[in-house]
Ligand binder design. Structure first.
Ligand code: SAM
Length: 268
């Protein structure tokens, strides 16, 4: 792989990946096909499935029921993009890229060649329709199933995604395998709970999906705790300020942390 700014070389990827509608298609099991159907039905109900023209402008989303949330995501994305502008250069995997807005921002504003990967073909096809850059490719694959090149990526980002993976430790191990030595893994815009808050959070999630008419979605949503991260060494690059003072100042920022892990030396 070279790190040239204008394209991403996917020759190290399995050569059985076929391109359809701009997406490189790998192996994805039936479970994920069911997940996609439920996930998209919920997205639709929540008014989160956006038109191509809206996706093209993200994170800017005006006159929309979720405009306020996207203002917070804009703040968070600016912080992360600024980090990668200064320290990022190489190959980046954006796992769970959805409609591709975030990995497109990374590929267009930073010195990184990007793979956006997801198990949600509908949004990947939208991403490929909306965002066309030689150094950005979209891949439909299961991160655990596909024979992906090991020690290939300099960075892996998961933006609002880690809550869809049941086993955090297994996920981190797999992602470390895909990272080069000293490669970085970033969890962005996802909740991490204190042990004592887990039960409540699970209950809230169940009630929420139940109220939407999709209780089964609660089974695909996992609540990860700071405790689970303790076996790894990690750095918190952004920690939401939950103090009363902060609230009084009415400072609006994303309520979730940004966490960085570095692949340990000597790890395969
Ligand atoms: C809330 S969206 C976030 C999308 C995008 N990263 C963003 O920041 O807007 C969560 C995404 O994770 C994807 N996802 C869920 N489980 C996944 C898995 N096992 N592998 C890859 N992507 C997954 C979903 O399909 C969805 O696109």
């Amino acid at each position: 792989m070279n790190n040239s700014k204008d394209h991403i070389d996917i020759s190290a990827f399995p050569d059985n990946l076929q391109v359809e509608k701009g997406v490189l298609k790998g192996r994805v099991g039936m479970d994920f096909k069911n997940f996609e159907a439920n996930y998209l039905a919920v997205r639709d109900k929540e008014h989160r499935f956006l038109a191509d023209e809206q996706v093209a402008e993200l994170p800017d989303l005006k006159n929309h029921v979720h405009s306020k949330e996207w203002q917070l995501r804009t703040r968070s994305a600016k912080r992360v993009i600024s980090y990668f502008k200064h320290s990022g250069h190489g190959n980046l995997l954006d796992l769970g890229c959805g409609n591709g807005w975030f990995c497109h921002k990374l590929a267009s504003e930073c010195e990184v060649s990007v793979i956006g990967m997801d198990v949600n073909l509908t949004e990947l096809e939208q991403a490929a329709r909306v965002f066309k850059l030689a150094r950005l490719k979209f891949v439909y694959a299961d991160i655990f199933m596909e024979q992906l090149p090991l020690s290939f990526f300099d960075f892996i980002t998961l933006n609002a995604v880690v809550q869809y993976f049941p086993d955090l430790s297994k996920l981190i191990d797999r992602l470390f395998n895909l990272l080069k030595p000293d490669g970085e893994l970033h969890f962005i815009d996802s909740p991490f709970y204190d042990q004592g808050d887990l039960q409540h959070a699970k209950q809230r999630t169940f009630e929420y999906y139940n109220s939407l008419g999709f209780p089964q979605m609660a089974e695909s949503y996992y609540h990860h705790s700071w405790q689970e991260l303790k076996e790894f060494s990690f750095e918190v690059l952004y920690r939401p300020d939950k103090s009363k003072f902060h609230k009084l100042l009415n400072k609006k920022d994303i309520p979730f942390p940004w966490i960085k892990l570095v692949k340990p030396n000597g790890k395969a």
